[in-house]
Design a protein around this ligand. Structure first.
Ligand code: GP9
Ligand code: MN
Length: 634
């Protein structure tokens, strides 16, 4: 026993420091967390602290020294298990644990086996802090007793813990605005909040959706289904099955807005290849097509495409409801003999894609690991779109045909940076660097699509495929209105902002021969029904909110995720009804009937997602599976 008497809370302090430092060392050695600057490194370093202060601090409420010490050891063991569990999981899945994977046993059935295979005896290192605490308890002689100011000190301690937490959250918010509302990526959550806070956050998000799910029964589906059936239309007979049996390639054009198509920037063409498609005999180009995404950005557009359901108002549905039952386009195509996949050169956990794709029954995800990024082939968010297009086509040559392959481009993403050699046009000259560079990256994206087409032809895949392309969401936010108004040479009002939500939508059918520019007003919710009709797959029993854009009966009414809407005559934005012809406010009455409908539509879609209602639905016979007495309207 050491002679010296240590200050009162020495063991607590040792425990906190030991676990804190161990966690940081584990971050650096056992995960590949990308750190781009000193601030990020600093956040990574301090992020375990707030939670450790809180939980270890509870020991201050224990009376006996013995109970206190036991509690400290227990906390060290539990946090070590959490951390180590993630390490073992990461070794196999290169991802952090999230609650749904623990329950999705059918998808991750090999979890236990693979976790066991990646355990080594040297892993005892992950429990070093437990050992340190045990040694401290045994050998350190702590001064006993409490002084009078103890409860004040305890309060001060918790104020400090709170301060550390808010400091951490503040830094995280500067580094990644909206991290908590949008989630983005598990790696980003761990990097900014810390492993322990991340798990609490994950538990909160997942239990919230589980609670809503538990409260729902199939009866709510009856109403939603009635609404869908009442608005259902006949898809176009003329276009039905026109691409049946062909490969389906869907390309997401990152951040591409329609204002870039068929227009110039200081005399330079922004998207020459896509422009040529608008005049191409095999292409139908929709010029009045709007994105309907919310906080989940790209992932929301994927959600709309696959399910023809609206994304959520309060966060990325890819994160909050990845455990739901869906009837995705991929699943339907899969049932019709297609092999299905997504290709995207980014970390697979971004937008929780790895988990969500399993839920949507997409057979394979070609994530960053499937691509070889040579020297000079990465910029901004990662792999450049041109080598990405080339390697995606190479992958296609290996796929079982017919296939449904979805490509997500990335270079045209904020902050829109490019290497010198890829700048094919000049920068713009406004006060917004973002907008100035946007033209250049859009030009580069256009070039990559040209390469994609060339490679498909070269590989003999072109003729027997159809290529559908859509812009996922805006690239230029309203923060750049001043620069935008310089470019458009008009004031950017709420009306203009709504019209700027137009994104390009191309349907390219090799050999079609009757291409044209279609002015039908439509949105991303319509992609699934439109594409499925082309593929000759019947969706009349599916629960979807969009409809076939080629159908004569298609209703020209697009609801944005934030409640704004557009028809062929009006635009409703900022609670004002605008006349589309004059771009000026008009009588509110002209919008009134749609306001209610927009709201109802979003509500029904949201209730389906929150209640996970499709688990009660059998799309084969269009009936509820749980309430046998209720006949659903067909
Ligand atoms: C990330 C890519 C871009 O993988 O989809 O995401 P975004 O920020 O556009 O949603
Ligand atoms: Mn995007």
């Amino acid at each position: 026993m050491l002679k010296k008497e240590w200050p009162i809370h020495s063991i607590l302090a040792i425990a906190i420091i030991a676990t804190w430092l161990k966690t940081y060392i584990v971050y650096k050695t056992s995960f590949s967390i990308t750190v781009d600057n000193v601030l990020q490194e600093f956040i990574l370093f301090i992020n375990p602290l707030s939670m450790l202060l809180f939980i270890y601090g509870i020991s201050l409420f224990f009376r006996s020294e013995k109970a206190k010490n036991r509690y400290l050891v227990l906390v060290a063991v539990i946090t070590s298990i959490v951390l180590y569990g993630n390490v073992a999981f990461y070794r196999f899945f290169s991802d952090f644990i999230t609650l749904p994977v623990l329950f999705q046993t059918d998808n991750f059935g090999d979890l236990g086996v693979s976790a066991a295979a990646s355990v080594f005896w040297t892993d005892l290192f992950y429990f070093t802090d437990v050992l340190i605490i045990l040694i401290a308890i045994k050998f350190i002689n702590v001064k006993s007793g409490k002084d009078a100011s103890f409860s004040v000190q305890r309060k001060a301690y918790y104020v400090l813990a709170l301060a550390v937490l808010f400091f951490n959250l503040g830094l995280a918010e500067t580094e990644r605005p909206q991290l908590l509302t949008r989630s983005f990526d598990r790696e980003m959550l761990v990097k900014n909040l810390g492993m322990y806070n991340y798990h609490l956050y994950d538990i909160y998000v997942q239990s919230k959706s589980q609670a809503q799910r538990a409260l729902a029964d199939g009866s709510e589906l009856v109403e939603a289904n009635n609404y869908v059936r009442a608005n259902q239309i006949e898809p176009s007979k003329e276009m039905e099955g026109i691409a049946e049996g062909r490969n389906l390639i869907v390309v997401t054009l990152e951040s591409l807005q329609s204002f870039a198509i068929n227009s110039e920037m200081n005399g330079q063409t922004i998207t020459p290849f896509l422009n040529s498609l608008t005049e191409d005999e095999d292409t139908i180009y929709f010029e009045n097509f709007y994105h309907q995404t919310g906080l989940g950005k790209t992932s929301d557009s994927e959600f709309l495409l696959e399910n023809s359901l609206y994304p959520l108002s309060g966060g990325a549905v890819f994160f909050t409801h990845s455990g739901n039952t869906f009837n995705s386009m991929a699943e339907s195509l899969g049932n019709n003999g297609y092999s299905t996949n997504v290709q995207h050169a980014n970390t697979k956990s971004f937008w929780n894609r790895d988990i969500m794709y399993e839920s949507m029954n997409i057979d394979k995800f070609y994530d960053i690991e499937s691509f070889e990024i040579g020297e000079g082939e990465a910029v901004n968010w990662g792999m450049k779109d041109i080598p990405f297009a080339e390697q995606s086509v190479e992958h296609m040559t290996e796929m079982q045909q017919p296939f449904y392959s979805r490509l997500l481009t990335l270079t045209n993403h904020h902050p829109f940076t490019l290497d010198e050699e890829d700048k094919l046009i000049d920068e713009y000259d406004s006060n917004s660097g973002t907008l100035n560079r946007y033209f250049q990256t859009s030009r580069y994206l256009d070039e990559s699509i040209k390469v994609l087409f060339e490679d498909l032809k070269e590989q003999g895949l072109y003729e027997n495929s159809i290529i559908v392309m859509y812009g996922d969401h805006y690239g230029i936010s309203e923060n750049h209105n001043e620069a935008m108004s310089q470019y458009l040479d008009e004031e950017v009002t709420d009306f203009t902002s709504a019209e700027l939500q137009k994104v390009p939508f191309f349907v390219h059918i090799p050999g079609y021969g009757e291409g044209y520019v279609d002015d039908e007003v439509g949105g991303q919710i319509d992609m699934r029904p439109t594409i499925m009709n082309l593929m000759g797959i019947d969706t009349s029993k599916d629960i979807q909110f969009g409809s076939d854009l080629f159908s004569e009966e298609h209703e020209e009414f697009v609801v944005f995720r934030d409640g704004r809407f557009v028809t062929d005559e009006v635009v409703y934005a900022g609670n004002v009804c605008y006349d589309k012809d004059t771009s000026e406010p008009t009588e509110q009455d002209l919008c009134a009937p749609y306001i209610e409908q927009a709201f109802t539509e979003l509500e029904y879609s949201e209730s389906i997602i929150n209640g996970d209602l499709l688990r009660f639905y059998d799309e084969e016979d269009g009936q509820l599976t749980t309430i046998p007495d209720v006949e659903l309207k067909q």
